[in-house]
Design a protein around this ligand. Structure first.
Ligand code: SF4
Ligand code: SF4
Length: 652
């Protein structure tokens, strides 16, 4: 396939104005939809039941009270003089009274739940600051005074509809029993109304200076956060010309990022799912965001002595940025769509490209990339040494194939993964797939370099690969590695490379391999299998069912680990973490292996070379190789096929 036919997006030939409009319109509608679903509907907040109910009671209670109060004030001609509101009257007035009463009750229940959670339950991920208490106190006082105002009104006027204000009416009964007469109620009422209004105005005035600012910043963030393809990082345009690479000072973050620091409510949901935090590292995405907001306030609001301080080493400890695996769990959990990965990568870019202050293991890995073009530091001419004698066609410029197999560095240089690649090749050969590889023309996809902050290397690798893809003809690129898959599919379009890319678990589902497999196990054993979702095909690309279907078609039943699918727990290898030296007691792969042991599995099936290595490493360091093993799905399929009597080419 040539450049023209490989390119999926057609060239836009219409006028710039229409082009702009066409590009903007599809963005406006999803943004508005997100605003309704996630800001007003608060769908992500309800993922957790207790805080979800608590937040809904306060949010809807306050919303109804604000609307009701605005109607009430307009009836006093406060906003628009001489505009008499015909609403609410008659039955609607009774409904209005009831709604306002229940809204006040909802706020009180919500505030009580919040106070109970912060003071008694105290979940680990929830940190309480002074403004949390301030918000609770002020939000609690307002409906209490409101009910007092209502009760004195009912005592003073004794209206026939008092039962439509049930809480106010009950409260009025209590006050009457305490000796409050209609005259006393009448005389108290004005002072209470002014007190009520003062506290309400105090709440309004304090919004910008307290966490309550999220009332505005959270919906704004949901409306405005940058929409990029899932799984992609922001490209540095004109990297050769750009003076500041990454972010060294808080003022260098873009406006969207600065808004997100303000929008963060410190709810801790990101922290609850972060594999680095859960595994005991000192890093938490919430703490990073809090530090960045404090730095932003200090620099952009107060302009104090820390205004121009470098973030790394001052606000954020040097080692913190390297703990993130870029697994994306936090992004998908945050109720206001904050993306801590973007911030971490910007900080890494500065460390990698501007200061060069890196942990030794990361510096060594990047040196391997620069010198040998792969993180293993192996001579590039050995990239296809493993393929010798396998009869694999190497595609030369101008030649054509159906499947272009993009192998990636793990398949080429890591001994354990070479075995997986051979299994996959044998599967393709069994069903006579027309496939070929690029041989020595293939270059690292650039995923790890990019996620370690070396955007320049990523762009060089990507451009080399795109150039070679454009010189050959193919119908699709198939990758074994989810990181290569995500990069080729979602990130290469940023550099003009638009190709049809499939992960092998998608592609194998199109073949009829399963028809060759019978349910006979072959050795009389029935091992328990579980499947680990790799983040870069799972969360970032929603490939959940395809690997599971391959296993079930091969008569493999799996028990699911907790968590799984979109909530799955990272293996610890992504974002360059595979190359980072970490403390033995904070290893993410050990944590994930525990999940597999919990369901008493004998075999962990996976579909990613990094996951395979991380599990392998955890199994070996725990010394439980006789209890559990990790296999790639290709290996499992090949095993099932050979047990079914299918021809198995010689293993060279
Ligand atoms: S980033 Fe999102 S999930 Fe994390 S603490 Fe802030 S608001 Fe909560
Ligand atoms: S991407 Fe994963 S490792 Fe990084 S901060 Fe988010 S949850 Fe933690």
């Amino acid at each position: 396939m040539t450049t023209d036919t490989n390119t999926l997006e057609t060239q836009d030939k219409s006028s710039p104005r229409w082009t702009d409009l066409r590009r903007t319109l599809p963005q406006v509608l999803p943004r508005l939809r997100d605003l309704f679903v996630y800001a007003i509907g608060q769908v992500r907040i309800y993922q957790k039941i207790y805080p979800g109910i608590m937040h809904a009671l306060i949010f809807w209670g306050v919303t109804i009270q604000v609307i009701g109060t605005a109607i009430n004030l307009q009836q006093m001609d406060l906003f628009i003089p001489y505009l008499e509101l015909p609403f609410p009257r008659g039955t609607w007035y009774l409904v209005y009274e009831l709604a306002m009463d229940l809204a006040g009750l909802a706020i009180l229940i919500g505030v009580a739940m919040a106070a109970f959670r912060r003071i008694v339950l105290r979940p680990k991920a929830l940190e309480t600051e002074w403004d949390d208490y301030y918000a609770l106190v002020i939000l609690g006082i307002i409906p209490i005074i409101g009910f007092t105002v209502e009760a004195t009104r009912l005592i003073a006027a004794s209206p026939p509809w008092a039962v439509w204000s049930p809480i106010g009416n009950m409260y009025a009964g209590v006050l009457r029993n305490m000796g409050v007469s209609p005259e006393m109620a009448f005389s108290l009422r004005d002072s209470l109304v002014w007190f009520h209004a003062t506290i309400a105005l105090l709440l309004l005035a304090s919004i910008p200076f307290t966490k309550m600012r999220h009332l505005f910043t959270a919906p704004l963030n949901i409306l405005l956060y940058p929409r990029r393809k899932e799984g992609t990082l922001e490209k540095i345009d004109d990297i050769e010309e750009t003076e500041i690479l990454g972010v060294g000072k808080v003022s260098e973050f873009n406006s969207y990022q600065l808004l997100s620091f303000d929008a963060c409510t410190q709810c801790g949901r990101c922290e609850e799912v972060c594999p680095a935090t859960i595994s005991g590292m000192t890093f938490t995405p919430r703490a990073i965001l809090r530090s960045l907001r404090e730095a932003m306030d200090s620099s952009l609001v107060y302009s104090d002595e820390n205004s121009n301080a470098e973030l790394i080493g001052n606000t954020i400890p040097e080692d913190q940025t390297w703990s993130c695996t870029t697994c994306g769990a936090c992004i998908y959990r945050c109720p206001v769509f904050i993306n801590p990965v973007d911030d971490v990568i910007d900080l890494r870019r500065y460390q990698t490209l501007s200061t060069g202050k890196l942990p030794k293991s990361i510096a060594d890995t990047l040196r391997n990339f620069e010198r040998q073009g792969n993180p293993w530091g192996m001579p590039p001419e050995q990239r296809v040494a493993w393929a010798e004698g396998l009869g694999i066609r190497v595609l030369n410029p101008g030649e054509e194939t159906d499947v272009l197999l993009y192998l990636g560095c793990a398949a080429a240089f890591d001994d354990r993964n070479k075995k997986v690649t051979k299994s996959f090749i044998r599967l393709l050969q069994m069903v006579d797939v027309d496939f070929a590889i690029l041989g020595l023309d293939e270059t690292c996809c650039g995923d790890t370099a990019r996620r370690l902050g070396h955007e320049y290397l990523f762009q060089v690798f990507a451009e080399q690969n795109i150039d070679i893809f454009n010189q050959v003809k193919f119908n699709r690129i198939v990758t074994q590695c989810p990181h290569c898959f995500n990069t080729l599919k979602n990130e290469y379009p940023q550099l003009g490379g638009n190709f049809r890319v499939q992960h092998y678990s998608e592609y194998l589902n199109e073949l009829s391999l399963h028809l060759e497999i019978n349910s006979h196990d072959g050795n009389g054993k029935n091992p328990i299998f579980t499947y680990h979702d790799p983040c870069y095909i799972g969360r970032y690309n929603q490939i959940y069912s395809q690997p599971r279907k391959l296993l079930s078609d091969a008569h493999i039943k799996i028990v699911e680990m907790t968590p799984n699918t979109e909530n799955s727990f990272c293996c610890g290898g992504g974002g360059g973490q595979m190359w980072l030296e970490t403390e033995a007691d904070t290893r993410i792969n050990h944590q994930r292996l525990n999940d597999a042991l919990q369901v008493q599995s004998d075999v962990v099936a996976t579909a990613c070379p990094y996951c395979l290595l991380m599990f392998d490493d955890a199994i070996r360091s725990k010394g439980i190789g006789d209890q559990i093993e990790v296999m790639d799905i290709s290996e499992i399929l090949e095993h099932q096929l050979s047990n079914s009597g299918r021809d198995n080419p010689q293993n060279p």
